[in-house]
Design a protein around this ligand. Structure first.
Ligand SMILES: [Zn+2]
Length: 254
């Protein structure tokens, strides 16, 4: 079955049909889902989801764009949540320079603090990095994150950057962008990366693959991503699904 490594089912985009949709996952070959968190509020809503659905797990972390108000109390609160049995990883954490706020200094501070939190808890890192390739890599090397491991979610950088993370033992998260007309860079990364270091993700409700680009995304669209990877790697779709599922189990230590 397909392993969905990154989605946001607590998003309001699913308010109308969340139950119906999630109840249809198993019969559509979607086995396990990791729901990613980005703020204190989503940590709470995501944990609620995991209590309702046995096949849903959660990450714990504050997204760089949501860390402006973060403080030591909140870090301690996250650390406590990380003890929950269905909390598998620290994320999504990282750097996002797409917008000017929060400042780079604030983003870096809480990125580093959450990396240390993951190290202490022996949980993998789910990294969000946008328009911040160099700073993200610099921090991750300086803090020896190769000792912690994890996944670069929604990988959006070049083969050169991918090489660095692959050498550090990280997985690259591949989703709908691989089907986009302008997704050439990601297709090159997938061509280069060993299949043993690729995991499937949607980032639902965002980034629907073709032919649904622009519409609400869900894990039910993962076969389109698997198809494209199979085509690029000259493999069968079944092998892509089997191998990426086993990768995801290793990534999340399930
Ligand atoms: Zn996400």
């Amino acid at each position: 079955m397909i392993f969905e490594t990154h989605a946001h089912y607590d998003d309001e985009a699913f308010d109308e049909d969340r139950d119906l949709l999630l109840s249809s996952m198993a019969k559509n070959n979607i086995g396990t889902i990791v729901n990613a968190t980005s703020s204190k509020k989503t940590v709470e809503t995501s944990i609620e989801l995991t209590k309702k659905y046995p096949f849903i797990y959660t990450t714990i972390g504050v997204h760089p764009s949501d860390c402006a108000e973060m403080d030591d109390d909140e870090l301690k609160w996250l650390e406590d949540k990380l003890c929950y049995e269905k909390a598998l990883a620290v994320g999504e954490i990282g750097l996002d320079y797409h917008y000017d706020e929060p400042s780079k200094e604030i983003q870096k501070k809480w990125f580093e603090a959450q990396i240390e939190m993951a190290r202490k808890a022996s949980k993998p890192l789910i990294i969000h990095s946008r328009d911040a390739a160099k700073d993200t890599l610099d921090i991750m090397k300086a803090l020896h994150t190769e000792e912690i491991g994890g996944d670069i979610h929604c990988f959006s950088y070049s083969v050169e950057i991918a090489k660095e993370y692959l050498n550090m033992g990280f997985y690259v998260g591949v989703g709908g962008v691989i089907t986009f007309k302008n997704g050439k860079k990601l297709r090159e990364v997938v061509e280069y990366a060993p299949i043993e270091q690729i995991v499937l993700e949607t980032d639902s409700p965002y980034l629907s693959p073709e032919p649904f680009r622009g519409k609400r995304n869900s894990s039910l669209n993962l076969p389109y991503v698997a198809d494209k990877i199979a085509e690029i790697k000259h493999m069968s779709v079944d092998d892509v699904i089997d191998i990426t599922t086993s990768n995801a189990q290793k990534l999340y230590k399930l």
